[in-house]
Design a protein. Structure first.
Ligand code: HEC
Length: 152
């Protein structure tokens, strides 16, 4: 077989059939068959790709977006900051877990984040007031009625 591989061999065979059929006066039907074969067999794979899935939640905006960006920069090294993901540092609760802890509100969370004395030792850094508001604004978006804690 030539270097063209099986597809090339198949085309060659089809062409030979076409030639003999042409000689036998069956031109139009075989040309149609060849065209149909090419349409299905030569379709670029990319055309078959499914459309991208719609985003699960609406795009973030304002303080929530700012809080998400801060979380990515400051917290994502340890915490899972998106719903349905696992914390890189297994000791760190995911933001979804934090957001769904009983009784938590945006206010109590931002207060907690501001008060560096409350931090566990591993999180011993200061969060300025404004950052505490936007972080809380983002984290609280992960609160959901049908949240179930992951098995860990
Ligand atoms: C160096 C790793 C690390 C980084 C960075 C970090 N955390 Fe933490 N965080 C932890 C760990 C570990 C705990 C759990 C401590 C414990 O259970 O005593 C925790 C706990 C928390 C808690 C308390 C959860 C609870 O229910 O008690 C909050 C809220 C929190 N982190 C928010 C943040 C935010 C917001 C940032 C970014 C500004 C951040 N953390 C950055 C490691 C980190």
């Amino acid at each position: 077989m030539t270097s063209g591989g099986p597809l090339r061999a198949l085309f060659a065979a089809l062409l030979r059939i076409a030639e003999s059929c042409y000689a036998a006066g069956m031109r139009s039907s075989i040309v149609l068959a060849l065209a149909a074969f090419c349409l299905t067999a030569c379709q670029p794979a990319t055309l078959a790709e499914p459309a991208p899935a719609a985003p699960a939640r609406a795009p973030l905006a304002g303080p929530v977006q700012a809080g998400f960006e801060l979380s990515e920069a400051l917290c994502s090294g340890c915490h899972a900051i998106k719903a349905g993901t696992i914390s890189p540092n297994p000791m760190s609760p995911t933001f979804a877990m934090i957001a769904n802890s009983a009784g938590l509100t945006r206010e109590t969370l931002s207060e907690y984040l501001r008060d560096s004395h409350n931090y566990p030792e591993t999180m011993n850094f200061e969060v300025v007031e404004e950052d505490s508001y936007v972080l809380a604004a983002y984290i609280i978006t992960l609160r959901s009625d049908d949240y179930t804690p992951p098995i860990q």
